[in-house]
Write a protein that binds this ligand. Sequence first.
Ligand code: PMP
Length: 448
Amino acid sequence: AQGTGQPDTARSAALAARASRVIPGGVNSPVRAYGSVGGTPRFLVSGRGPYVTDADGTEYVDLVASWGPALLGHAQPEVIAAVQAAAARGLGFGASVPEEAELAEEIIRRVPLIERLRLVSTGTEATMTAIRLARGATGRPLIIKFAGHYHGHSDGLLAEAGSGLATLALPGSAGVTAETAGQTLVLPYNDLPALEAAFAEHGDRIAGVIAEAAAANMGVLPPEPGFTRGMIELAHRHGALVIIDEVLTGFRSGPSGYWGLQAAGATGEDFPEGVAPDLFTFGKVVGGGLPLAALGGRAELMDLLAPLGPVYQAGTLSGNPVAVAAGLTTLRLADAAAYARLATAADTLALSVSEALTSAGVAHRIARAGTLFSVAFGDYERAPRTYADMQRQDVVKHRAFFHAMLAGGVNLPPSAFEAWFVTAAHDDAALERIARVLPAAAVAAARA
Ligand code: PMP
């Protein structure tokens, strides 16, 4: 592609072909395959700050941030040093290490409702364990989830899930038995009357409600004012638990997660004393880029986990010292200045995207949840509030926009149904590089 102004993708294409021979679809997580946008998925070989470099040597401003974990940017020097020091002491022992409690304390400091925390390796494990705990604590079988919310890929949580299932327009997964699927009630988001009806019909069989703190796996869609409070009050009135999934929003949408913003009144909502979630799940940022996630809650609930209680959960790699070092260092560095920079980067970027699309005449809606945002292409008379609204997005315009941005050196999530991730390393130079590409990408979207 020399001289055409298009980046060369020969090496990425060869690597994709090679990977496809030995890995299903050439990827170890579906959205990476560019299924909904087409074209050659870029193989990345390095990252630094807000930038990533692909196998052909092209550098991009990155707005994926490892799908969230890279809160401080890629290869943050102090995080890398902490990881190297931990690795030099040994990669893991299958015994407790001192830093596990330090990480738990750091998370509890940020979310004081949590008294005990258990470390696991993936967000999937965290939510899977949280629903097992809800069932174990209540002795009830049913779980409520909301359409378009993604909680990882455990059997019971795949129905009408966001993320890759939204990208590939899948209602659920083969291989999940009807019995298992039947234990999950899927309800429309932001619809308290639907939740009330479900509790009226099945109230004494519902163990818990699980919700993303702010939905961010169908694009960003925060709860409408009053929804979270109504959900908690309804669940508690019927003896069910509330699990707030902060795997994506946790310590990214704000220093105490999205619930922290809500509880502090930053979203204009009001939570009376005692109206609070029972369990929280975290992932992504808490591992600073290595495999680590967590679930936490009140002591009386969390102590139902083995070895103290009857709810079993375990993991060879749980609390791995190298992952703990990455997470702990990331959280310690994520101070007020880092969150201020994240907020400025998100504000600046959201505004410049909106201006570029508006000048090109492209109808769109930008939704925000703290420092997270996403762009929904489409003619929305009112702000989207459900999965059905998000599914009406114009994926053809998204595809044209995505490829124009990529050709201009900006790495966006390769799906219309994902949040855009800024980092604290997105400085003015990185934001200006994005701003230079936006007008042409907006025109490409207009023509699509
Ligand atoms: N919950 C939410 C809200 C998520 O965004 C994700 C991952 N995107 C998960 C759970 C699953 O986490 P993991 O991919 O680490 O299993």
